[in-house]
Design a protein around this ligand. Structure first.
Ligand SMILES: Cc1cc2nc3c(=O)[nH]c(=O)nc-3n(C[C@H](O)[C@H](O)[C@H](O)COP(=O)(O)OP(=O)(O)OC[C@H]3O[C@@H](n4cnc5c(N)ncnc54)[C@H](O)[C@@H]3O)c2cc1C
Ligand SMILES: NC(=O)c1ccc[n+]([C@@H]2O[C@H](COP(=O)([O-])OP(=O)(O)OC[C@H]3O[C@@H](n4cnc5c(N)ncnc54)[C@H](O)[C@@H]3O)[C@@H](O)[C@H]2O)c1
Length: 448
């Protein structure tokens, strides 16, 4: 393998895969470096393994809903088998990824990368010279800064559990806590969520989250909001999680405590100072082309860039922007209009575009249409009581500004609203479209 490349990519996740293959296809010499198995967070420790497990939950939930409506009998989650199902997807990923790099003529290096100069990176004692470097190192759990944080498991650890402990506590109340608490509760664990914020899932519409919270209650998930965790203590039997809520100390006993308190760009190991790559707090200082403001050889994409929301489609989008700028000179800028997001609770909750409060803050003139609609056929046929929507439509233009859905098929239907927002479609456009009936999408005409 040579020691000099047109592009050295730090990381092997979504952003790295997309950028490296585009640049290599244009004839550049490319190396990718990762210190963990190749494939990145989404495929190995995030979206995909999580959703393999959610498949078990969905099956269980379908039986629960249809019991008394022609379906009988008890079903349960067999955790080790569900984990084996997950591994049937994740285990082959690193080898497949590495073969793909090899087939493309991209050199793959294993090890922790760090800058040794503005155009040099070292990996396991080997120095690589780089005309350009792409920082695509993703994110890691934010340090909690509380005593006993070494006892706290990460989402990575949770997704590898061979058996599910009886009592699980989550620190935080966003995506990870919502998705994993549903999973753990359905698999039989006693679950507590300690959320510092005033409500669960702050990135989603508060009314819809309120409707979804009924399912948390039914599952027996003990959600404590306004509860800031300040200490984790190891005991003979497990752990005690200490939090303060309304000035009062609360304590939760658990066999497993899971970090669900947010993630930050994973940059500490990179020795950015040696590379002349400037930081602003915990974030890279980037220009509108996702290029370092202090070292023009260096670009960033995905969670490491922290430019858009930390989601897989954003990592992929950033990578396309960077590849275009590398190959054709700086001209492409990221465009984060209409990025849909789903929390894969069962049922799922979704959001795209502006929230109601944000649209008001911006002084926009818009109408809000919102209802909880368990009586609609989509929910009736599934015996699901949680189904509702909120849409924001601009007064003068009729354009969709935001859409928020909770309930069956919300995770698919939200993509049609994303299409509408990204391409400036109006409520009339959506109402005038024929959607196959009966499907989740066929409700769109009534929502817009
Ligand atoms: C539990 C969980 C569930 C998620 N679910 C979803 C979901 O359903 N939908 C969604 O859109 N998003 C989801 N996300 C977010 C999504 O996974 C990330 O936004 C996305 O994977 C980021 O991709 P990336 O390429 O930017 O970074 P990553 O995929 O994180 O890749 C970064 C890579 O860089 C490597 N690395 C770091 N530092 C170095 C170094 N110094 N040297 C060498 N290598 C290094 C890491 O080992 C890692 O493999 C989830 C995240 C988590 C944690
Ligand atoms: N379905 C998805 O797309 C999906 C799923 C999982 C993760 N992710 C990505 O991963 C990122 C990390 O997820 P996450 O759930 O860890 O973070 P998050 O940002 O969604 O939620 C973190 C929550 O933790 C709370 N918190 C922080 N410190 C706390 C403390 N000491 N005590 C109690 N509460 C505390 C905050 O109030 C916040 O609401 C997300 O931002 C998301 O982009 C996405």
């Amino acid at each position: 393998m040579p020691d000099a490349y047109d592009l050295v990519v730090l990381g092997s996740g979504t952003a790295a895969q997309v950028a490296s293959s585009r640049v290599r296809a244009a004839g550049w010499t490319v190396a990718v470096v990762d210190h963990r198995p190749f494939g990145g967070t989404c495929a190995l420790r995030g979206c995909d393994p999580k959703k393999m497990l959610v498949s078990g939950e969905e099956a269980l939930d379908a039986v629960r809903r249809m019991r008394g409506h022609g379906v009988e009998g008890d079903v349960r989650i067999a955790w080790p088998d569900l984990m084996a199902f997950k591994r049937s997807f994740t285990d082959p990923v690193p080898q497949k990824q590495e073969k793909r790099y090899c087939d493309q003529g991209i050199d793959a290096f294993h090890g922790l990368a760090r800058f040794t100069g503005p155009d040099t990176v070292t990996v396991e004692g080997r120095e690589l010279k780089a005309r350009h470097v792409l920082i695509a190192t993703g994110a890691r759990p934010v340090p909690l800064g509380v005593p006993g944080e070494e006892h706290v498991a990460t989402s990575d650890d949770f997704l590898e559990l061979e058996s599910l402990p009886a009592r699980v506590a989550f620190i935080g109340g966003g995506y990870v806590a919502a998705e994993f608490s549903h999973l753990a509760a359905r698999a039989g664990a006693e679950v507590t969520v300690l959320q510092r914020g005033a409500r669960m899932l702050p990135k989603f519409d508060p009314d819809l989250v309120g409707w979804l919270m009924e399912r948390f209650d039914e599952l027996g998930v003990d959600v404590r909001t306004g509860a800031a965790v300040n200490r984790v203590e190891k005991t003979g039997q497990g752990f005690l999680v200490h939090a303060v809520a309304d000035g009062r100390e609360q304590t939760v006993a658990a066999d497993l405590v899971v970090h669900a308190a947010g993630r930050v760009p994973d940059l500490d190991a990179l020795d950015l100072a040696a590379g002349g790559v400037a930081l602003e707090g915990r974030r890279l200082r980037l220009n509108e082309f996702l290029q370092s403001v202090s070292n023009p050889r260096v670009y960033a994409a995905g969670d490491a860039a922290g430019s858009g929301p930390p989601l897989t489609p954003v990592s992929s989008h950033d990578a396309k922007v960077v590849a275009a700028n590398l190959l054709e000179g700086n001209h492409a800028r990221p465009d984060y209009r209409g990025v849909p997001s789903v929390a894969f609770t069962v049922p799922p909750i979704t959001t795209v575009g502006l929230g109601e409060a944000e649209a008001r803050e911006r002084g926009l003139r818009f109408r809000v249409k919102s209802a909880r609609v368990p009586q609609w056929f989509t929910a009736r046929r599934l015996a699901e009581r949680i189904y509702g929507y909120k849409t924001l439509v601009e007064e003068d233009t009729g354009r969709i500004l935001g859409a928020h859905l909770v309930g069956p098929h919300a995770d698919e239907v939200i993509n049609l609203f994303a299409l509408a927002i990204r391409h400036g479609l109006t409520a009339a456009d959506l109402k005038g479209t024929m959607f196959a009936y009966p499907t989740g999408a066929s409700d769109i005409g009534y929502m817009a």
